[in-house]
Design a protein around this ligand. Structure first.
Ligand code: S3P
Length: 183
């Protein structure tokens, strides 16, 4: 079963996906890292050299190919091992659900989880980590706050299609896992 973690930049998708994978002895894939490995350069360089549209198409293609790979692996495993339950946690990029019908596509192929901490938490984290993120790297604190407000508003229509929403990421990962699985 594939569990897609979606949510704004800085929401903690990758950290949580890793924790959940460790807890359940499952696999973890970070879509941004897959893109970086595929292109051999940073996300900022991809935006700079090819523009956002190129990045979005690549992101959608690789999202689909990760999913196909997991499906293939499950099929092979199903033939060799008797029904062992395993998960694959995919940490998406902040914009992944908002382009190329990706949100509907993820809902058709797995379980979607929106990691949705408060905007104050996002501001605090992104202020420290913005340099690697081309969409916010040049913003000062006020600009960052405004960007988060506007983009969150815009993206909520996509994020809210998730089957599960997690507001508090500071609770034990076991609790988070339970709330995902019992959804
Ligand atoms: C983006 C989020 C980033 C990365 C790219 C674009 C976005 O991922 O995919 O910089 O549009 O919100 P993270 O959410 O992992 O930072």
């Amino acid at each position: 079963m594939i569990i897609y973690l979606i949510g704004f930049m800085g929401s903690g998708k990758s950290y949580l996906a890793k924790e959940l994978a460790e807890l359940t002895h499952s696999s973890f894939v970070d879509l941004d890292q897959v893109i970086i490995a595929h292109e051999g350069v940073s996300i900022s360089s991809i935006f700079e050299n090819h523009g956002e549209q190129y990045f979005r198409n690549l992101e959608s293609d690789l999202l689909r190919s990760i999913t196909q790979d997991v499906y293939k692996r499950e099929l092979i495993k199903g033939q060799t091992e008797q029904s062992m339950t395993m998960y694959t946690f995919v940490a998406c990029g902040g914009g992944t659900p908002c382009f190329n019908e990706n949100m509907d596509w993820m809902n058709e192929h797995g379980l979607t989880v929106w990691v949705n901490p408060s905007s104050e938490v996002l501001v605090e984290r992104l202020e420290k980590e913005k340099s690697q993120r081309p969409l916010i790297a040049a913003l000062d604190l006020e600009g960052l706050k405004q960007f988060i407000q506007v983009k969150l508003n815009e993206r909520e229509a996509y994020y809210s299609k998730a089957k599960v929403t997690i507001h508090n990421t500071h609770i034990p990962v076991e609790e988070i896992f339970k709330s995902i699985i019992h959804a």
